[in-house]
Design a protein around this ligand. Structure first.
Ligand SMILES: Nc1nc2c(c(=O)[nH]1)N[C@H]1C(S)=C(S)[C@@H](COP(=O)(O)O)O[C@H]1N2
Ligand SMILES: [Mo]
Length: 150
């Protein structure tokens, strides 16, 4: 008899970007979608989140890192101010997470790591939610769509 003991994470992280372009789309009910390029994102003042770890199922834990980017609160304040209840953040590879409006200020669309640009391979644009401790299950790499929820 074989006893199959698995300690494997239920999600195998995808190591390779689904496309080369870090641009993403902001979708809202009853409005045309807004395309946001990396250049658009770089126009915002940079917010930094210190003491962040990547608890990677693939590569183990690394950090602490200082991520730089734009919070969802900053982004939505500029492009789509409204009383949203939350958002679904998705990657082109099908991975994603939901974020409540109360978390918009602590959800970073990261484009820098320790003061240098994040590479596409590393997840540019990578969602960082520092309170997330579940093996990076909310660190969405290669964000391609943000769908706002009423
Ligand atoms: N787009 C996308 N993001 C993702 C994943 C994925 O499969 N696709 N896996 C998540 C999981 S479970 C982990 S452990 C980390 C792995 O991050 P790393 O590749 O930087 O080690 O990415 C997270 N973000
Ligand atoms: Mo993971």
């Amino acid at each position: 008899m074989t006893i199959n003991i698995t300690t494997k994470h239920s999600h195998d992280p995808n190591p390779s970007p689904p496309s080369d372009d870090p641009a993403f789309v902001l979708s809202r009910p009853e409005h045309p979608p807004i395309a946001i390029s990396l250049a658009n994102l770089l126009h915002f003042p940079v917010t930094t989140f210190e003491n962040c770890y990547i608890i990677s199922t693939g590569h183990g834990t690394s950090g602490p890192f200082i991520f730089g980017g734009v919070t969802l609160g900053q982004l939505l304040g500029h492009y789509a101010p409204n009383n949203w209840s939350g958002a679904i953040i998705r990657s082109g590879d099908g991975f994603g997470t939901t974020v409540t409006a109360g978390e918009f200020g602590e959800s970073l669309l990261a484009h820098h790591l320790d003061g240098r640009p994040l590479t596409r391979q590393e997840g540019l644009v990578r969602l960082i939610i520092p309170s997330e401790q579940e093996d990076a299950l909310r660190q969405v790499k290669w964000v391609s769509n943000i769908s706002l929820l009423l």
